[in-house]
Design a protein around this ligand. Sequence first.
Ligand SMILES: [Zn+2]
Length: 362
Amino acid sequence: MRPPALLQMPLSSLTPILGRNDSSDLSLPWRGWALLVLTAICLTPLAAAASELELGKQVPRQGDEIMVCGQLFHTTAPVVLWLDPGGYDAYRVERRFAPLEKSSWEASSKENPHLDTPNRYGLRKAGLTDKQLQQVRGGGWDLPLLQKVVDQFVMHYDVCGYSQKCFRVLQDDRGLSVHIMLDIDGTIYQTLDLKERAWHATRSNTRSVGIEIASIGAYPKDKKSVLDQWYTTAPDGTIRLRPPRQLGPLGLRTRHFEGRPDRQELIVGTIQGIELYQYDFTPQQYDSLIKLTATLCRIFPLLKCTYPRDANGRLISHQLTDAQWKNFHGLLGHYHIQKNKTDPGPAFNWKKVIGGATRLLP
Ligand SMILES: [Zn+2]
């Protein structure tokens, strides 16, 4: 419930209205009555508001919220923020999985030449005026300004197979970042506020939100034996996702998670002119991604719920031209941005994601 306008003022600004600091005036009888009447009018709603805003009361979280400019937005999917226990924090400068005594930025930068700056993210500064730049350089984005900047949502697969390793590779090994990781059990990990410029997709970093979807990836025919280490045929003939045992615990949020590809068949498709083989993502990943996509399309008006298509309405399966990239506002693959990339691969079901998200939007 929105409180009356008066209650939106800080209490200090009510003081002149109530005349508390003006003791000589209070001696006048008419001022005393006016004060009483005003107090009666004002204090009733104040008391009501005070019961809603109880000092020291915990603000409840549902566990499905993502954060944008410090504001929480429901996705209706499971979300772990970088602030939460079990989360992955890309604001930190140390290595998350290195031995503790060698994890500091100083030790890490000596040991790993890829880590050439303590921060793994930057500032979305393209197109901002000097005044806006001064406003946001310390992180002070407000939602209306960010809504003018974000118009792309970039799909990656992580080639790690699970999000814990994805974070280790980005944070500890390569000095890169992504806003969101989507684990095989459908858990969404947000590692940075979406106001930050994550380092995941070169020229699209400034205008995009990025997501790394856990998957071992897509392979040409001569290398597709990698998939045999990650997928197996169960006795009932169904294909199951079974990460190699020697990896040990994968840090999944869902205990005893049993994964399977959403579509059972091995999918073959051509990306950047290369024929690739890939198993589909899990149903849990699609479910969360659909909800997240709808959430982002609702938060960011410039982000359209669509993917790159040709004149016949078919998915474009190679890098966009400069003009296409510039004018595209929606979901796209890493391969639409860079010629040297093939993620999220031929198995990514664009129609399912966009169709599902569109149905969730008002
Ligand atoms: Zn990528």
